[in-house]
Design a protein around this ligand. Structure first.
Ligand SMILES: [Mn+2]
Length: 311
């Protein structure tokens, strides 16, 4: 009899810290339940994710070029078809755990989907352990804790829920992150020198079909966003033009989150996009930059755009 292939537990291409932590820890959880699963990364994890792996000497899950050799796939922190590796067919996906309001879980006919609007998908994975009273490994604990801190901007972002705080507290009892780790983590993703800016923008870029329009959103999260966008505005606009053309988008903007001052800057030189963002966010563009004096994340802006464009 042929041995059954393992189920691939993965995320979108170029996973961020949340995606990586989830696929790592959820694989461990499923193994504890006797499941034949393997954790796999497709693409290159974000710098922040690589930083955490190195910092705690955690060996990275296996990297796969594509999902060709798997029959069944579980998606973590991911549910939008165009962000996935090309060889993943919707029918292969048997489970989805995600936390974004604008998702496409309905496009995966065989998937059991858990979509809950908490700050980090890592919280949903931590809750699996909590519920079954299973103590995660130190590696999983540190990864999940880091992801919760990162995704909630150290519990300051509007997406933060009590469930994120509870999960972080529970994880903290198992393995503590170093004192002041959030700052270290934020610093690690704030290096945008040279081509790193483009690599971050492109590596994390996403687009959605909202109200029949292709809307592309770039996001950078860093300490010192304000200074950076003023110094390198024309370069940023060039990057946005390049992506808009390549992907044939209708709308495009960059959401630049300044993690230290708690502000967000929205950047675009497209008049239609400026009009749309002004309307839905109550902001005002001066030239090609608008400031919002509080944290707002891309995943919070998308549902507002969806609502506006579907009207
Ligand atoms: Mn996430």
């Amino acid at each position: 009899m042929k041995e059954k292939k393992p189920i691939l537990v993965t995320s979108y291409v170029n996973p961020d810290l949340d995606g990586l932590s989830c696929l790592f820890a959820y694989t461990e959880f499923l193994k504890s339940q006797g499941k034949n699963v393997i954790a796999g990364i497709i693409g290159i994890p974000h710098e922040e994710a690589r930083y955490v792996l190195e910092r705690f000497e955690i060996s990275s899950p296996k990297a796969f070029k594509n999902a060709k050799k798997f029959d069944e796939i579980i998606l973590l922190d991911a549910s939008v078809a165009n962000n996935l590796e090309d060889t993943i067919r919707p029918e292969q996906v048997i489970e989805i755990i995600d936390h974004r309001q604008v998702h496409e879980a309905g496009k995966f006919p065989n998937a059991k989907a858990q979509i809950e609007l908490v700050g980090a998908a890592a919280t949903l994975v931590a809750e699996k352990f909590m519920k079954e009273n299973i103590v995660p490994s130190k590696e999983s604990t540190l990864l999940l804790s880091s992801a919760i801190i990162s995704n909630t901007f150290n519990f300051k972002a509007g997406v933060t829920t009590d469930r994120d705080r509870e999960a972080a507290k529970w994880l903290h009892k198992i393995a503590k992150l170093p004192e002041g780790f959030w700052k270290e983590l934020f610093m690690a993703k704030s290096d945008m020198t040279g081509t790193k800016l483009w690599e971050k923008i492109e590596g994390d870029f996403s687009w959605n079909l909202l109200g029949g329009k292709k809307v592309g959103t770039a996001q950078i999260e860093m300490i010192g966003a304000k200074a950076l966008i003023h110094e390198r505005l024309s370069e940023i606009l060039d990057y946005l033009h390049r992506l808009k053309k390549e992907l044939v988008l209708d709308f495009i903007f960059l959401n630049a989150v300044d993690l230290e001052v708690g502000e967000v800057f929205l950047i675009t030189d497209e008049q239609d996009t400026r009009d749309l963002l002004e309307k839905i966010l109550g902001i005002h563009f001066v030239g090609n930059i608008a400031r919002k004096g509080e944290f707002i994340m891309r995943k919070q802006i998308k549902p507002l755009i969806k609502q506006a464009l579907e009207k």
